[in-house]
Structures are given as C-alpha cells and as structure tokens.
Design a protein around this ligand. Sequence first.
Ligand code: GLY
Length: 442
Amino acid sequence: MVLTGAEIRQSFIDFFVARGHTYVPSASLVPGGDSTLLFTNAGMVQFKDVFLGTDTRPYTRAVNAQKCMRVSGKHNDLDQVGRDNTHHTFFEMLGNWSFGDYYKKEAISWSWELLTQVWGLDKNRIWATTFKDELGQIPEDSEAAQVWLSQPGFDPNHLITSGRKDNFWEMAETGPCGPCTEIHWDLGPEACEKQGEPGHVCTVNGDCGRFTEIWNNVFIQYNRLSPTELVPLPKRHVDTGMGFERIVAILQGVRGNYDTDLLAPLLDVVQTLAGQTREQREQNLTPYRVIADHVRAATFLIADGVVPGNLGRNYVCRMIIRRAARFARKLGLTEPFMAHVAAKVIEIYAEAYPEVKQSETLIFDTLTREEQRFAETLDTGFAELNRLMDAMRAEGQTVLDGKTAFNLYATLGFPLEITRDILTEEGFSVDEAGFYQSMEEH
Ligand code: GLY
C-alpha cells in the first residue's frame, strides 16, 4: 500500500510520540527575534535558545514537521531548484530532538528502526556518513560510527567518514552546531546522469544524482561564536532533519519530489493552464518545477505575513514570484495564473498548515497583483537585457557589472536572480558583489 504524503508526515510524528516525544507545531517561516537568519531554515531554529541553555521547555524530547526556506545565507538551494528533482526553496523538514536527554545511540537506532522496520526500506540501499575533521582540530565522531556498525543488517561498507562541509552542521555563521551523521539513499545506477563518463564513480556526496541525502542527525555540542571560536555547550543535544519531500518520493516509489502527491498536482495545474501535453511537460521540466516550487513557497510566505517588497524577506518573496513568472513565459503563460496553482497548494496543505487556508484571499490577491506589476516591465526588461548582452558580445565581455544589474532591478524590477538566470543561459555572468554594493548605496 502506498502511503500519502500526509500519512507519511503523521507516521513520523507518531513514531517519535510513541517514544516519549512531545509534538510541537511548526514555527513561522519568519524566525521570531533572531537577527542571524532571514528565514527558518531548519526544524531546530525554534529550539535554538534551548540548545544554548538560555531557554527551557516543559519537555526534553520533541518532534515536528517544520516549514523551512533555504534561499539565503548559509543554506541556499535556489540555484539547484528546477534543475534537479530534489531541491526546493520551501520544503518541510521532519525532525526529532533531545534537549540534554538521549544522545547518539538512541537517535541513530530510532532512525534505522523507522526507515527499515516501520517504512520497510531496503537496508542495502541505505548509507551513512560520520564526521572526521580534515583539519584534525575537532574530535572524530567514532561513537556515531560504532552505533551505526551495531545496527541489525547495516552494511559496514556503507559507512563512510567525511569532513566539515558535509558532516559538521551549523545553523548560521554563529549559533549551536556539532558533528552530524547523514543518511543517504541509493536511487540506483539509473539515477546517475554521468553513467559511462570516463573516470566517473558514483559516491555518496559525489557529483552525480545517484545518492540523495534523506536524513541528518546532528549532535549539538558546541556554540559557534565566530569563524574560529567554538565553545562547548553545558549539555549535549540531538537535532535531526529529514527532507520530507525526498522521503515521500522514496516511499511512493516515484522518480523524485516533483512526482509525489505533494507537488505533482501543482505541475498538473500548470500543464492544464499552459495547454500542454505530458510529453511537452517532460521536455520542459525545469520551468514546471520552478513554478511549482516558487508558487508553493510564496503561498507559505504570504500566509506567514511576508509580502512582496524591496528589502530582506520581502525581496525574496518578490523575487520568487517574479522568477516563477519569468519561467512561466517559457511555457507561453503571459497572464496572471499563480492563484490557480496556489489554490491547489492550499488544498494539499490546509489540513497540516491551516494558516494557508486562513490567508487564502490574501494569497490569491498578492500573487495576482505582483504578477500584474511585473508584467508591466517584463518585456522592457528582456529587451534591455538583450541589448546589454549584445553590447557585451561586441566588446568581448562576459561579466555584467553589478551597478547595471542593480539598475535593472531599481528601474525595471528585475531581481538579481532573474538577471543571473538569463545571463547564465546565454553564457554570461554577473558581478553579484557589485549588485549588493549598489543596493546598499541606494
Ligand atoms: N538541523 C539539521 C539539518 O538541517 O540538517
């Protein structure tokens, strides 16, 4: 029997509630009182102060499904969205936490039990990574490695160590952090887009699509104060994060996140609106995925009070709506259409996140207004960018200067990310630092 996304979310929560965890509802995408983050980028954000010891809760074990955005700062997946089947701007993170309670043994054993016994996943397709500092400054996590090796049926050849980039998790430039153990799923050789390339070997955290990370167990034991200052915390904690859309794709046996019952219905709406065939959709997957991802993200942002604007969070909301509108042009969608996609988002998520239903009218109106506003300058913006690229070609330049890119935003409403998309498609790039400097000056 194939579980629905909603059932999978609930079975995760039920598993940990049965093991003494308190269900804590998702926090807002806007982190309350935290100036180090633009958006909630992980389930642990609402527990940050508990880890630091400056806040307490009436429980020491928690579980939830958290709304997350990874479009800025330390965790930014925007560039990958649309290009593959596994990245999003907005996504849900399933997590379980221990606040000075259980530690590595329980966390890893429960991960293994849930994946292999409750959900029945094939043990031979699961891999794990543990931390080994390439600089030799932070102790290696041999304790987590030992726990993995004691799991029934875990293949010892599927345990690998890796360094700071993949196995030392940090929320932001400062804050709680620690070594982590990542759990990866083998999608099979057919998922490798580099098959047959001389010298290519598929590896976990490698450069092909064969392995996908599904769950990260972080062992929070430090507070990062600066790039060089890591101080031990008074207590040790567990912070886990599972990519909900990824696990749904695996359990539903589909090609990727955009084929799950969470996202495929959004692509269906776009296909109907664009009047395309299934074959045309397959040939245009990038715009389909970008539109589905960005409209879903904008729907949740607006429900959490983030409307399009010129700065900070509001800029991001504006940028993703406009970026979706630009990709929609590739499918021939020139009239406002996003409210129709948002209606489907609301239908799918209203039960788990009632706020999207409560803000329905605001969401529809905001999307449509922003689409109309962008439509006023979009054609002029395209023409101006084409003129600039012609000039660059004539002069043998490849990088658009930041001030010009900023002017495109200030005068024609082209966010940097759209300018960058268009330039990249034509083999150019943009001076991003210069863009931000001009924005600052402005
Ligand atoms: N906080 C765990 C993660 O985001 O991977």
